[in-house]
Design a protein around this ligand. Structure first.
Ligand code: MTE
Length: 338
């Protein structure tokens, strides 16, 4: 419904410009069309243009040389929105990454020394091909694309983020999951020396952070593995070097700094469900009709917001992505499977 490919000029640079960020309007003629053919991705309703701008930032974010090279070929992906992107300053300063602290500015403050290169990702479980791979080998086969998605946190705030990455399905298919593979389980790095909250006696959740998707959810066209934002390598606080983005679900499903991807027979036990299953379910689909036990989910604060200007917007079912994902839950009682 709200997923659109804006015509050039739909997103005004003035809407996202801040001191350190600017929106460089690079016209990538026909890039969208070429990208869609290469990926075999269907165009969504509202796809009216063969061109779209990329978001870029002046922030001095640098990934390893292989990633910097790949970023030069970044093209606009098939999914975007007419809504203004949240300024990079907010995307990279207001975070949830409990491994680095529970305050919103803790991740940016405490993750600057986090070492994300070299990085390995293990692929395990019910698949023909498994093993431990350098991140470069994981990412290498895929063209990087930019997707501008809404991110709706269960805490009732939201952002609009230009992610850089590639479809999760493309990666999963490469490892040839077998017929026992019913779910995909993801795990964040466990390294208390680098992630101070993992070693704390007062930790609010168990580590490593674990998330999971049903196989058909993981294969959905919107599920995305992201290695950057705003045209640059991923900031540490946002989940460098690689994270999941599932825009129709509450943000806690979008696990950061992934070191393991496992195909499983059984539904994985996920961090927030383990911590409090009454408040956080496995599915965690954005749903304004099912309140959190302690607050309403009918609306959200769209960042940037302030005490004086809360900037509330109405929350949409599946975060507005129903045309792409509602069929996954046909016949399911979403009050029970929250
Ligand atoms: N992944 C890990 N490993 N640890 C976390 O604490 N927080 C989640 C998710 N992924 C979290 C995580 C939550 S609650 C949200 S809302 C998003 O990351 C926030 O992503 P952002 O900081 O890039 O906005």
């Amino acid at each position: 419904m709200l997923i659109k490919i804006p015509k050039s000029g739909d997103i005004r640079s003035s809407e996202i410009t801040s001191e350190t960020v600017f929106h460089q309007r690079r016209q990538i003629l026909k890039a969208m069309g070429l990208g869609a053919v290469a990926l075999g991705a269907p165009l969504t309703a509202g796809a009216t243009s063969g061109e779209r701008d990329l978001y870029t930032t002046q922030a001095p974010l640098k990934g390893p040389a292989w990633l910097e090279d790949k970023l030069k070929t970044l093209t606009p992906g098939p999914y975007s929105t007419r809504e203004s992107a949240t300024p990079f300053d907010y995307v990279s300063a207001y975070n949830n990454f409990y491994e680095f602290g529970t305050g919103k500015t803790d991740p940016a403050e405490n993750s600057q020394g986090f070492v994300t290169d070299p990085w390995k990702v293990e692929v395990a479980g019910e698949a023909e091909l498994t093993g431990k791979f350098d991140l470069e080998d994981i990412v290498n086969p895929y063209a990087l694309e930019e997707r501008v998605y809404r991110l709706r946190c269960v805490e009732a705030w939201s952002m609009v983020v230009p992610w850089v990455g590639f479809p999760l399905a493309d990666l999963l298919k490469r490892f040839k999951p077998n017929s026992n593979a019913k779910y995909v389980r993801f795990e964040t790095l466990h390294d208390p020396e680098q992630m101070p909250a993992q070693g704390s006696r007062f930790a609010t959740i168990d580590y490593p952070y674990v998330e999971g998707l049903r196989m058909d959810e993981a294969m959905n066209e919107l599920a995305f593995l992201s290695v950057g934002v705003y045209g640059k390598a991923m900031p540490n606080q946002n989940g460098a070097p690689i994270r999941l983005v599932v825009p129709w679900k509450y943000g806690f499903k979008s696990i950061k700094s992934i070191v393991k991807i496992e195909f499983t027979k059984r539904r994985p036990k996920t961090t927030w469900e383990l911590s409090n299953s009454r408040e956080y379910g496995f599915y965690a689909n954005v749903n304004p009709g099912v309140d959190h036990p302690r607050w309403s989910q009918s609306r959200e604060r769209r960042l940037p917001a302030s005490l004086f200007s809360q900037n509330y917007v109405e929350t949409l079912k599946f975060n507005g992505y129903a045309p792409h994902v509602a069929h996954l839950y046909k016949g399911m009682d979403l009050r029970k499977y929250y």
